[in-house]
Design a protein around this ligand. Structure first.
Ligand SMILES: [Zn+2]
Length: 63
Protein backbone atom coordinates (compact mmCIF):
# COMPACT_ATOMS: atom_id res chain seq x y z
CA UNK A 1 0.00 0.00 0.00
CA UNK A 2 1.29 3.37 -1.00
CA UNK A 3 1.16 6.42 1.23
CA UNK A 4 1.92 8.69 -1.67
CA UNK A 5 -0.38 11.60 -2.18
CA UNK A 6 -2.81 11.23 -5.01
CA UNK A 7 -5.66 13.31 -6.30
CA UNK A 8 -9.22 12.10 -6.72
CA UNK A 9 -10.27 12.34 -10.36
CA UNK A 10 -13.85 12.86 -9.28
CA UNK A 11 -13.58 15.76 -6.78
CA UNK A 12 -9.81 16.49 -6.95
CA UNK A 13 -9.26 15.99 -3.25
CA UNK A 14 -5.68 15.08 -2.28
CA UNK A 15 -5.76 11.75 -0.48
CA UNK A 16 -3.11 9.43 0.93
CA UNK A 17 -5.21 6.27 1.06
CA UNK A 18 -6.76 4.20 -1.70
CA UNK A 19 -10.21 5.74 -1.38
CA UNK A 20 -11.22 9.38 -1.51
CA UNK A 21 -12.58 10.39 1.89
CA UNK A 22 -14.63 13.19 0.37
CA UNK A 23 -16.65 11.40 -2.30
CA UNK A 24 -15.75 7.73 -1.82
CA UNK A 25 -14.24 7.33 -5.29
CA UNK A 26 -11.28 5.01 -5.90
CA UNK A 27 -10.44 6.78 -9.15
CA UNK A 28 -7.17 8.37 -7.97
CA UNK A 29 -4.17 9.65 -9.87
CA UNK A 30 -0.61 10.70 -9.02
CA UNK A 31 -0.74 12.88 -12.08
CA UNK A 32 -2.08 16.18 -10.77
CA UNK A 33 -1.01 19.81 -10.74
CA UNK A 34 -1.33 22.60 -8.23
CA UNK A 35 -2.82 22.68 -4.77
CA UNK A 36 -5.84 24.44 -3.36
CA UNK A 37 -6.45 24.68 0.34
CA UNK A 38 -10.07 24.76 1.36
CA UNK A 39 -10.60 25.85 4.91
CA UNK A 40 -14.31 26.62 5.01
CA UNK A 41 -16.17 24.42 2.53
CA UNK A 42 -19.49 26.04 3.45
CA UNK A 43 -18.26 29.51 2.52
CA UNK A 44 -16.02 28.67 -0.42
CA UNK A 45 -17.06 29.09 -4.03
CA UNK A 46 -14.30 26.74 -5.10
CA UNK A 47 -15.57 24.11 -2.69
CA UNK A 48 -19.03 24.51 -4.17
CA UNK A 49 -17.70 23.96 -7.69
CA UNK A 50 -15.64 20.93 -6.60
CA UNK A 51 -18.45 19.62 -4.43
CA UNK A 52 -15.92 19.54 -1.60
CA UNK A 53 -17.56 18.82 1.72
CA UNK A 54 -14.41 18.57 3.76
CA UNK A 55 -11.65 21.09 4.41
CA UNK A 56 -8.22 20.12 3.12
CA UNK A 57 -6.09 20.02 0.03
CA UNK A 58 -7.43 19.80 -3.50
CA UNK A 59 -5.64 19.63 -6.82
CA UNK A 60 -6.07 22.44 -9.33
CA UNK A 61 -5.81 20.03 -12.26
CA UNK A 62 -5.95 16.27 -12.58
CA UNK A 63 -4.83 14.36 -15.64
ZN1 LIG B 1 -13.21 12.43 -4.39
Amino acid sequence: MSTRERACRNCRRIVTGNVCDNCGSTNLTENYQGLLIIINPEKSKIAEVLNAKKPGYYAVKVA
